[in-house]
Structures are given as C-alpha cells and as structure tokens.
Design a protein around this ligand. Structure first.
Ligand code: KE4
Length: 425
C-alpha cells in the first residue's frame, strides 16, 4: 500500500489519521508520508523514498535511528520479558545515570511520557508549596495536560488551538501566562497573585515556538523571582535534557531548578519520561509521601534498556562538540543559500537543535515568532520534501541532527536545500 492508501485507511479509524496532531501535515499541506523504516540519519517511506531526516522523532534520537548498540540492548531486554509491573534493576541504573549527569536531581520518578512528567511535577509543586497557580510562557509546550494547554506551543499553536476546548475554566484559572524572555511579565504576575503561585514551569531553551534561546539573565531572573516568592522553578528539559549537553540546559546556563522534567532522549526512542529534584521534594511522592502518581508502564524494562544504552553512548562518546560543529556547518550552509534569496528569514541554533524562521528576521520572543510566514514555511517544507529532506511538518518546532548526520550528509543537505529554494523563489 502507498502512503496515500495508508493515510486513507488511517483516517477511517483515527482522528485525522494520526496519533499525534502535528504528524498530520495539516499546517504544511499535502498528506503525510508513511514511514517503513529508518536507519542513521535516514527515513524510508512506503513509496520507496529515502529522506535525510531532521525531525528525528521530535528529539529522542540523538544517536540516530536504530543505532546498533541501542537496538541490541532493547532486543536483549525483550527476550527477558516486555513488562513486569514490578521492581527491576534497570530502573535504578537509568535513574543513577540521569542523577550522575544532573546532580540537582537527587531522586526521580520514571513515567512514560513528557506529559506525565510535567503534570506530575506540577502536582508536586502545588503540594509542596500549598499554592495553586502555575506560570507558564506563551508558546512554550509542556505536553497536553489541562493546566498546560493555555497559550501552548508546538502542535497546539500549529493547529490554532493554543488554548484547547475541554480545558475547564477552573483549570485555566490556575494557569497564568507570561512572555518568554520578558522577566517583567513574570514579576507582574507575582505582584498580582501574591502568595498564590506554586511554580514557574519553563523550557529553559524554548523548542515549541521554534527554537528560541533564553536571553542573558532571563533564567537566573526566574530563579530569583521564585526564591523571592517562595515558588518552585521547574525546568522542562524534555527536549533539552541530554540534547544541549550531558547535563542539560541547567548546566549550560548555570541555573539550578527545583524540579526537572525529562523525556525523549532518556527513552532513546522508547516511551519514557521522568521528573525529579531535591530529595525532600521527591520524598513527598507516594508511597513515601502523600502526593499520588502512578503508572502501569512507568520504568518499563524495555524502555529503560533503550534509555540506559543511549545515555551510556552519550556519556562514553561525548559527542556534543562534534554535534555542535556539525550543526554549525549545516546552519552556515543553509544560511548562505537563504542569504542568496529575497526571502526574510532568521535561524536560531543551540548545539544540535535549530529552527529556520520564515518571514521574520529576529526570533527572541513569542510576539516576534507569532509574525512568522507559515505559508512560506509550508512551501519550504514541501520543496525540501521534494528534495528528499524531511523537516518537522510545522514551523513552531525544532530541527535536530544526530551523530549519524555525518559531514557528507550535511553537505548533501545544503546542496538539496539550494535546489529546493530554486523551486520556490
Ligand atoms: P510527550 O508527552 O509528547 O512525550 O512530551 C510532552 C512535551 C513536554 N515538554 C516539552 C518541552 C515537549 O517538547 C514535549 C513534546 N514535544 C512535542 C514536539 N515539540 C512532541 C511531538 C508531538 O506532540 O507529537
């Protein structure tokens, strides 16, 4: 069956034919390609096409698709059983790897997605402070729990539902929205809601409005505001954890959160998330504390095996300088091509993650990003797809490279982009 036949079939049994909205290609037009397999930096669709992949499953695959040592670890774990619903050694091994890399996490709880991690961290912050309100940032995305679907980024922004129907006024009332990189908007909320704010949750590097970096002093400013108002600071490192460095954004920007949420890379492509922080906070979580949170497949042995193999690969190979150099090379080449067109664009990059914004020349705040030319992005996406380069099918996302994106793949991508641009200029 071709991708088109498969999509027709999928639409009969799943909303939009997908299990996550942003996969539907709605904001870029056309129909999604159906993937048959993937290896290294490449995707292979059901229609016989090979693509260079920069979406990389939205971030988990920093080691590339189907890296042998990760596949082998998963196969071995599968042979011992897929799930126990009971304690097993790999849970502590994965937790120890994470805690060694991020010592501001003294204890953590494994869950099965980033959404579970952030919703649990929020519950814990509310219990620990006895306060109800949470500050999040317009354009930031923390998964689809009710509290976070207020002015959310990623697919919620892409599909025009930043504040989703079905979220009750009660839930929405406890979520306050601030502007990323604008500390004054956070300070104002603390002034207007004295002693009511349990926490700030922030993507330390925003990935869900496209990649937007924290300006000098922004993250430290959030830290100071939390300390001054007895609120907790939650770093949502679902994207940035083990992506921007082995110690995450907290280490790079030298700001210590009270709680951290993780996902994506810690599962190595398998369903996994985690939340963690200081011992006295985490010991409020059941069964040692009263804050309830649970999950049938939390700490699943197969997911833990993939996560352990991925983190050991990163710990031992130390690929971050190489990834940074490769992505710098890529973005320089892509920028040179774009500079030779009449288009308005800008590019943000940190390490192996980047976003090209179309229609704007600066992307440091949500209000700037809101002015992007999504129609032009759609044209660019399809032109690149035509050159067999697979990008995120939405402007408000980050692109990722992996250790499988060898220099020759980078150079080839730059050549393919040049051809793609010639078809839309
Ligand atoms: P999941 O529930 O999708 O595992 O994680 C939610 C989440 C939490 N925090 C951050 C910073 C995230 O980026 C995400 C999920 N990221 C999106 C892509 N931007 C997932 C892709 C999708 O929704 O299909």
């Amino acid at each position: 069956m071709t991708s088109s036949n498969l999509f027709e079939r999928a639409q009969k049994v799943m909303p939009g034919g997908v299990n996550s909205p942003v996969r539907a290609f709605n904001s870029v037009g056309g129909e999604p390609v159906f993937i048959k397999s993937a290896k290294g930096a490449f995707l292979y669709d059901k229609d016989g096409n090979e693509y260079i992949d920069y979406m990389m499953s939205w971030g988990p695959l920093i080691a590339g698709h189907a890296r042998a040592e990760i596949i082998d670890a998963v196969k071995q774990a599968c042979n011992n059983g897929l799930s126990f619903g009971a304690c097993h050694e790999a849970e502590a091994e994965l937790a120890e790897l994470i805690i060694t890399a991020m010592p501001h996490i003294e204890k953590l709880r494994m869950v099965s997605s980033g959404t579970e991690a952030t919703m649990s961290a929020l519950r814990l912050a509310r219990a620990a402070t006895g306060k109800n309100k949470v500050i999040k940032f317009n354009g930031c995305y923390h998964g689809h729990a009710d509290s976070f679907l207020i002015n959310a980024g990623s697919g919620a922004l892409t599909h025009g539902t930043p504040s989703s129907p079905g979220v009750t006024p009660g839930a929405a009332a406890d979520t306050l929205s601030a502007e990323y990189n604008k500390l004054e908007t956070v300070e104002k909320l603390f002034t207007e809601n004295p002693n009511e704010i349990a926490c700030i949750i922030v993507e330390p590097v925003a990935g869900n409005m496209g990649l937007v970096l924290p300006e000098e002093g922004f993250l430290q400013g959030l830290r100071d505001l939390c300390d001054a108002n007895s609120a907790l600071l939650i770093f949502d490192e679902v994207i940035t954890g083990f992506r921007v460095g082995f110690g995450g954004a907290a280490k790079i920007f030298k700001v210590t959160p009270d709680l951290t949420t993780l996902g994506k890379i810690i599962g190595g492509g398998m369903p996994a998330g985690a939340y963690g922080g200081r011992k006295e906070l985490m010991e409020m979580i059941s069964p040692c504390g009263a804050v309830y949170q649970a999950g049938t497949l939390s700490g699943n042995p197969v997911a833990c095996a993939a996560g352990i193999a991925t983190l050991k690969y990163l710990r031992d190979r130390k690929p971050y300088e190489e990834l940074d150099n490769r992505c710098l090379l890529l973005c320089a080449g892509l920028s040179e091509n774009l500079a030779n067109t009449p288009l308005k664009w800008c590019i943000n990059r940190l390490g192996s993650a980047f976003t090209i914004f179309f229609g704007i020349e600066k992307a440091t705040t949500f209000s700037e990003v809101s002015k992007v030319d999504t129609a032009l992005y759609a044209k660019y996406f399809n032109a690149m797809l035509g050159q067999k380069v697979y990008l995120p099918p939405a402007q408000f996302e980050a692109n990722f490279i992996s250790t499988s994106h060898k220099p020759e793949v980078i150079v080839d991508t730059i050549h393919r982009q040049k051809k793609a641009l010639n078809t839309i200029i």
